[in-house]
Design a protein around this ligand. Structure first.
Ligand SMILES: [Zn+2]
Length: 150
């Protein structure tokens, strides 16, 4: 297990790493020093003791770090622009126009009803409201609509 985690950790973001840690248990994860070193290096904290517990504490308590990649961000949603724009990412944000494209063929009134039931997570500088894509997907799926692929 240890060698698999060492290889896998290089390809995962910090958010993915901690979701995997929650899924398979902290004991298996925290005994792999390479993973903790990698996480501390990605955060750019040189004085922090390299343990995943410290990294997790930093990720959950910091109000200036992206919850997915750990980069510094000033956004209120705590997700950097890069992670929020990542297609099908865990923390993807979607605009109303993006919803219309994602559910092409669905009546505009249905899409309007969906975003009127959700509160916007963020607002672009242009005034465009942004919603969590996962929440929109769940709501639209409950209405019986699957997103158009592509
Ligand atoms: Zn990020």
């Amino acid at each position: 297990m240890e060698s698999i985690l060492e290889v896998l950790a290089d390809y995962l973001t910090l958010g993915e790493l901690f979701r995997l840690r929650r899924a398979i248990g902290t004991r298996a994860f925290d005994d792999v020093p390479h993973v903790a070193d990698l996480a501390v290096r990605r955060l750019g904290l040189v004085r922090m003791a390299p343990t995943l517990r410290n990294v997790a504490l930093c990720m959950t308590t910091s109000k200036h770090r992206c919850r997915e990649c750990g980069a510094r961000t000033q956004r209120a949603v705590l997700v950097c622009h890069s992670c929020a724009d990542q297609k099908n990412g865990y923390f993807e944000l979607i605009s109303r126009r993006g919803m219309a494209l994602r559910w092409r063929g669905v009546r505009a009134g249905t899409i309007r009803r969906a975003y009127s039931r959700l509160s916007p997570s963020s607002v672009r500088a242009t005034g465009e409201f942004l919603y969590w894509r996962a929440a929109v997907d769940a709501l639209m799926t409950s209405y019986g609509h699957a997103p158009v692929p592509g």
